[in-house]
Design a protein around this ligand. Structure first.
Ligand code: SAM
Length: 325
């Protein structure tokens, strides 16, 4: 077997791409997108996706997460999933979505070969949903989740980003989804990126205590579910697991296997760093060289503790909706 090509200077091998196919979104979550929107929308064309996937597949990328913005607003999202799934070397294609358009698109996505879907959902309360997302679409999101769960091939997760304002009762209601449904619920620590800098995240310890008090002991599970860095727990009589992703407090950078391409063709070897670079998207050879060199310079760990560039026009000072999470 040939040695991995996308290896950084710390010996970490990159085999997981997060591809943000658009930075437009149909929700305006308060910690992610400004109320007035995020400005002009960038969209990756099918041709550019093909080139990116082909080059990165040939360099050793095996897993692809389609993200955004909201990936389901991309008119060719199913074609992109199909493309990714048929790219040599890529064997796992998943997608993260706010779920709003999932009910109508799930069949096409499944037919295109999608392996798993993560639905971002912070509350099951209609009013709280509106105050977080600035939209009245909870019923549509729940329809999308239901549709995903009705499939026998899709693995389903619910991702929640609790803030200090999240009522614990909302988070317990989300946890309860994993009791009778075949899904895992993950609580993701709020990261100080974009509008997330203006919010305070919830201490996961407080949530774990509330979950334990309500549902019984959280028992650590050694198995991983998917490609992410979540730490999973089981609860008595629950079908699904409960995961916690704590990127800031418990950095898992030493295991990082991820690279990111944004909808405007920006390459990031770390979610939070100052050294991304534009990709030559229309030239496969140059694209491969740029990626190989950039991966070599991947930082040892994220820089959440440090301020990024003070330049307000820096392409690194991005909203999360322009990075893709
Ligand atoms: N629209 C899609 C979705 O909702 O899943 C994909 C893009 S969205 C940026 C991906 C994930 O990032 C969502 O689960 C969202 O809640 C999360 N997110 C946004 N800003 C965040 C922040 N500052 N810290 C942690 N997660 C954040």
């Amino acid at each position: 077997m040939s040695p991995p090509i996308l290896k950084d200077s710390f010996g970490r091998v990159m085999d997981y791409l997060r591809l943000a196919i658009t930075d437009g979104c149909n929700l305006r979550c308060v910690y992610c997108v400004p109320e007035a929107g995020s400005g002009p929308t960038n969209v990756l064309s099918l041709d550019r996706c093909r080139r990116i996937l082909h080059v990165l597949g040939s360099l050793g990328i095996k897993k692809v997460k389609i993200t955004g913005g909201e990936p389901l607003v991309h008119p060719q999202v199913a074609a992109i999933v199909r493309l990714a799934k048929s790219t040599p070397n890529i064997d796992n294609v998943t997608l993260t979505t706010n779920g709003l358009l999932l009910a109508s698109l799930a069949d096409d996505l499944i037919e295109a070969g999608l392996d798993a879907v993560n639905v971002s959902l912070d509350t099951l309360d209609k009013e709280r949903f509106h105050s977080i997302t600035r939209g009245d679409y909870l019923p549509a999101v729940l329809d999308g989740l239901k549709k995903a769960l009705s499939s026998s091939v899709l693995a389903v997760k619910v991702n929640c980003v609790p803030t200090a304002n999240s009522p614990i009762s909302d988070l317990l209601a989300l946890t309860f989804l994993a009791k009778d449904h075949n899904l895992h619920v993950r609580f993701i620590e709020l990261m100080p990126i974009g509008l997330g800098k203006n919010q305070v995240g919830l201490d996961p310890a407080a949530l774990m205590t509330a979950i334990t008090t309500t549902f019984g002991p959280l028992t650590p599970v050694s198995r991983q579910f998917g490609n992410g860095p979540a730490v999973y727990y089981s609860l008595p009589d629950f079908k699904g697991k409960i995961g916690f992703i704590s990127a800031v407090k418990s950095c898992f950078c030493e295991r990082c296997n991820r690279i990111r391409v944004t909808a405007d063709g920006w390459f990031k070897t770390c979610l939070h760093m100052d050294k991304g670079l534009p990709l030559p998207l229309d030239d496969e050879a140059a694209l491969a060289t740029t990626v190989i060199e950039a991966v070599k310079a991947k930082p040892a760990s994220h820089l959440f503790a440090a301020a990024l560039s003070e330049d307000p026009l820096s392409p690194e000072d991005r909203l999360m909706s322009r990075i893709g999470g």
